[in-house]
Design a protein around this ligand. Sequence first.
Ligand code: ASP
Length: 442
Amino acid sequence: MAESIGNTGTGMKLHTKILLALLIGAAAGILANTQLGGDAPLVIWVNKYLAGPIGQIFLRLLFMIVMPLVFASIALGVAGLGDLRKVGQVGGKAIGYFFGTTLLAATFGLVIVAAVKPGAGLPDEIKTELMTTYADDASSKITAQETGGFGINTFVNIVTRNPVKSAADGDMLGVIFFGLMFGAALTQLRPETAKPMIDVLQALNDVVIEIVGMAMKLAPAGVTGLIFGVTSRFGFALLEPLAGYVAVVLGALLLHVLINLSLILKFVIGINPFVFYSRIRSALITAFSTSSSSATLPTAIAVATEDLGIPPKVAGFVLPLGSTMCMNGTSIFEGITVIFLAQVFGVDLSLGGMIIVVVMSVITAIGAAGVPGGSIPLLVGILAMIGVPGEGIAIVLGVDRILDMTRTTVNVCSDLSATAFVARSERVWDASMVPAKSAATL
Ligand code: ASP
């Protein structure tokens, strides 16, 4: 499996290249807009034959793998739950905690972004123009219509009539449902019968993640093209909302830890949150510097057992699961990003639309791989689902590295809190067992 979506291996780090690409593309675009005007023939030519196609190729590579990725990761996840049922209570508690806190996180992020509205200040003409420029993506139109109204049919439509058509139409909910059924059915088969299929799904999952890694190598060129397209047409108008968006994501991540997780730690798990955070700091620092929950797993296990004194039996079971399933930070990030881009493009979301965003943020956060940028392709899928053009991703991709570092730190923090929760509720650990001195070297 691609260890990391984000390493080019040689020379400058990929995320540095993407950031530079954003700056260069944005500067060139603003220059073109202010000096020549967004409608100048040269600007139109560059957008049509150069910047546009490069950006489109990058986006299409991401779109290409959304459906297989969603299907494989959901089916595998559910098939894995079958095993967890055998493990019984401990597995059930872990999964309950993952779902509960991820849902809380997504809702929390959504409330903040809906209140602050970092993307809403744009004049109406710009919104309309953005939409007309970018909304020719067929998949966004089709699914936007379907999610437009919220009623009994919203639920009926989730049960896809034809999973292949759902995949072709960008109907993520249909594909998710099919993945759920597929995984559930696998748990009913005898293990020897299910194994070949599970192996195929695992390989499919690994292959698509590898493709994401390949697509991300094109990201610097893609981001330059996409951001040039946006800024040459719209000038400075979009940069201010972008700064607001970064502040909202970082603020929501911080508040989720300081308020939500701290309250859970204090009142449900019974440990002083600040003792907890200080003991797990080497895992948090590793998460921040690698942007990968999976890469942080060994450190997280060491921290849980040595610095928190949690029995290895619990830590060794909950943390590997949590590193791919429990992503509080990612669900906050996804919810905020989708709503922010909906605000930028002037897509009005009904209450039903908002609920869909929360549900999708939770499901895709659980399905995302714990590697740098693991949630990006899934995010592109949610955007298309609610009728926001996929090009919107260009607006946020250039600033994603810092958001990825921060959300991964929150993800790992939630994994470790899940481990403490399970250990506490199984009565094999409590706060008095935390070693007096931290063994961590950091
Ligand atoms: N980088 C994140 C993690 O590993 C996943 C993501 O949100 O992209 O936890």
